[in-house]
Ligand binder design. Sequence first.
Ligand SMILES: Nc1nc2c(c(=O)[nH]1)N[C@H]1C(S)=C(S)[C@@H](COP(=O)(O)O)O[C@H]1N2
Ligand SMILES: [Mo]
Length: 325
Amino acid sequence: MANIIKQNLWNGTQVKATEESIYYNRRTILKQIGLATGALLASPMIGFSKNKNQDNNFTFQGMDKFYPAIRNEKYVLDRPMTEEYDATHYNNFYEFISPKDRNIYNAYKYVDPFDTRGWRFEVSGLANKTGIYFLEEMIKEFGLEERTCRFRCVERWSMAVPWTGFPLKKLIDFFGPMNNAKYISMTSFVDKSQMIGVENQDWYPWPYHEGLRIDEAMNELAFIATGIYGKPLPKQNGAPMRLIVPWKYGYKNTKSIVKLEFTNKKPKTFWNTLSPNEYPFLSNIDPDVPHPRWSQKIERMIPDGEPRPTLKFNGYGEFVGKLYS
Ligand SMILES: Nc1nc2c(c(=O)[nH]1)N[C@H]1C(S)=C(S)[C@@H](COP(=O)(O)O)O[C@H]1N2
Ligand SMILES: [Mo]
């Protein structure tokens, strides 16, 4: 059993690594050839040319009235913002890997059946308030702000984007965890009939799940994103609510959350279950701690693969360093 899981994890990683380089190459090629070679552009590469009018698969879920939100200027970037097209098409979302192309970065093509309207999530465990809540009600309760953030995947690609949402701390304070709540776990939506990757990849421990220590979750940087680029999240980016913890590797950033639980036990996590040595619970970004199969010293900016030195805590040490001293 362990072998089967391992086998598939490695396959999955290969798919990711391959598609990552294909993405960069397509963009580089497109730049080099410009628009001169019509024949080539009629190939699938056309999907990666910039078309500002393109329907970006946004799902307004009746919540567009909350956007855009005012930007919180406290959180500044040290690099150019990633283009909206790239951040909303170069995604990691295993629930939407299709057996038709096995391409992790084609998630946006397969999200249509995913119904995110009228979103509710369940809060359970060691808290004063528990139950099922409408996201829309929570947005009214907490309000929305925009924040620009660096975001880095363990596979080394990185981007810099404006998220819209509310601090996770507001949500935690609302539910009032008890003193013995030491962790919070987060679980993603799962449904075979809406998610082609779930239907076809039964070796993964669905639903996707992750967790944080409560003190991490209460840090001002931990954020529930409901939007990106001043609009509600497209489905492929984790609509309609996902976690953003920018000092941790991308896989901690649970998408399409339907359940939060306050616990006194360290929650299991999806990737840690699959490969414990590669995906530890904390997973703080650190150039000096290599992944067992690659160095983390350098990251590559989407879309052109421009290298940058990895920063400890992704450059957010002034906010989160004290959590780990
Ligand atoms: N439910 C779910 N959440 C997920 C993932 C996933 O496959 N399923 N992938 C994670 C990984 S590995 C990364 S890098 C980020 C990618 O977020 P993005 O597509 O918005 O850039 O989502 C994370 N959250
Ligand atoms: Mo990732």
